[in-house]
Design a binder for this molecule. Structure first.
Ligand SMILES: [Zn+2]
Length: 284
């Protein structure tokens, strides 16, 4: 989620007010279940009005202009980066990346959605956001609501944290990080957390995400070498990524020393995903 929030903040000023002169759908499955015909028909000539985030999704709010109906209509396009998706604005004269799946013509620039492993989406189907739980950084996410949801589940707490209907936007990295910060064992059953642990975890989730957003906002955006003029990439520079890794306290640090107690960090697999924790700091 922090990555998506940062991307939304970055793209918002680049897109707002821009009109889509044309849409090039290079891979039809990437807009599924919307058909290319519907996508083209509805979006051509539309203007970007706003860009926000819900969970790990981007919500592109568009204004449909010059249509038969005189009242201004709005439409939302849902974007999801999947594992390898990237969205950025580039000068039109720049060569399109090989895996550009949807390209929006904004005049002198293109807004490009690139995805080389095709797990992402850009679609008019908004059903994925209907079942999302509260936003972790909003008032809707209270210790009370959080605790009540946990009481109904026997799943290990780490697995439960990835359930997007519990909280929207917690990914694998931040689930491990938040549990370490709250000193809670990832394998503990969700309904076994006591009131103090629930409160600690509730706070740790917010601190972890806030810190990541704050940090991500400072990562320099990557510009292609020598072509910094108008080519905007979302910051994934090698430097940035290495720097970023050091910020994580347990994630991807198996065998390395715990920053609190100098014990070895352990890696286990839960629900087919890696979990990292300190067996000394996170005893129960
Ligand atoms: Zn430790």
């Amino acid at each position: 989620m922090p990555e998506v929030e940062i991307l939304a903040r970055h793209l918002r000023p680049l897109l707002c007010g821009k009109t889509m002169r044309g849409i090039n759908i290079r891979r039809e499955k990437s807009i599924w279940p919307t058909s290319p015909k519907e996508f083209q028909m509805k979006l051509r000539g539309a203007k970007f009005k706003n860009l926000s985030r819900r969970g790990k999704y981007l919500l592109f709010e568009l204004q449909l202009v010059g249509r038969a109906s005189s009242r201004a209509e709005t439409l939302t396009v849902l974007g999801h980066l999947g594992m390898t998706g990237r969205m950025f604005v580039a000068l039109k004269k720049e060569k399109l990346p090989k895996h550009a799946v949807v390209v929006f013509d904004l005049g002198d620039r293109n807004f490009i959605y690139e995805d080389y492993r095709y797990f992402g989406r850009m679609t008019l189907d908004l059903s994925p956001i209907e079942k999302l739980g509260p936003e972790p950084l909003s008032k809707d996410f209270s210790p009370k609501v959080f605790g009540e949801s946990l009481k109904r589940s026997r799943q290990p707490i780490k697995v439960k944290l990835l359930d997007q209907s519990l909280i929207a936007g917690i990914g694998n990295i931040y689930a491990s990080e938040a549990l370490f910060r709250a000193k809670i064992l990832p394998t503990l059953a969700s309904n076994k957390l006591n009131a103090a642990q629930i409160k600690k975890l509730w706070r740790a989730i917010q601190e972890t995400l806030r810190e990541a957003i704050q940090f991500g906002s400072t990562v320099p955006l990557k510009f292609a070498s020598g072509k910094s003029d108008g080519l905007f990439y979302f910051g994934r520079s090698d430097d940035g990524e290495n720097f970023y890794h050091e910020r994580l306290r347990v994630y991807d640090r198996a065998g390395k020393l715990c920053l609190n107690c100098k014990s070895g960090i352990k890696r286990i697999t839960q629900a087919a995903r890696s979990t990292f924790f300190c067996p000394h700091c996170q005893k129960r």
